[in-house]
Design a protein around this ligand. Structure first.
Ligand code: HEM
Length: 154
């Protein structure tokens, strides 16, 4: 079975909640990433030189926001077209940036767990396993698209 209307609705519904407080959710997202994989600190220029995660950093918010937003868009595309078609950023660029930064499968898994953890906390009682499953599937398909491009960039 493909990505269902119900799954798309669950993603959109929680995205609406997330959108209301991007600064807080971005910070939580990066906190969870660094708890699971401290070395990721060295990949992001804005984390490298400080002991703490910066509270109001535009680039931090930008990466968190783009991961949230592109995953949400992937859910919409999976339901509409049955596949992920990137609209926000050219795929070739995404492939080369992540390759250059040394991003590997493990990092994609860490970011997935951090994404699900952040959403779970953000939506509180509205959370369900089905909601997590929908976000997880949209993320996996998006990550697979980026990873395929990374392999082509080698
Ligand atoms: C940069 C998206 C996963 C690390 C970027 C950029 C985008 C993006 C759009 C900006 C490119 C630019 O403006 O030049 C995504 C998406 C992801 C994802 C949609 C998952 C679905 C990851 C993962 C890591 C990572 C797993 C590693 C933990 C980075 C780094 C940069 C970057 C280090 C450069 C940031 C900077 O120099 O400010 N990503 N990314 N990304 N990404 Fe990701």
């Amino acid at each position: 079975m493909g990505f269902t209307e119900k799954q798309e609705a669950l993603v959109k519904e929680s995205w609406k909640v997330m959108k209301q407080n991007i600064p807080e959710h971005s910070l939580r997202f990066f906190t969870l990433i660094l708890e699971m994989a401290p070395a990721v600190k060295n990949m992001f220029p804005f984390l490298k030189d400080s002991d703490e995660i910066p509270q109001n950093n535009l680039k931090l918010k930008a990466h968190a926001l783009i991961v949230f937003k592109m995953t949400c868009n992937s859910a919409i595309q999976l339901r509409e077209k049955g596949q992920v078609v990137l609209r926000d950023v050219p795929l070739k660029h995404l492939g080369s940036v992540h390759l250059e930064k040394g991003v590997v499968d493990f990092h994609f898994e860490v970011v997935k767990e951090a994404l699900l953890g952040t959403i779970k906390e953000a939506v509180g009682e509205s959370w369900s396993d089905e909601m997590g499953g929908a976000w997880g599937e949209a993320y996996d398909q998006l990550a697979a698209t980026i990873k395929t491009q990374m392999e082509e960039e080698v």
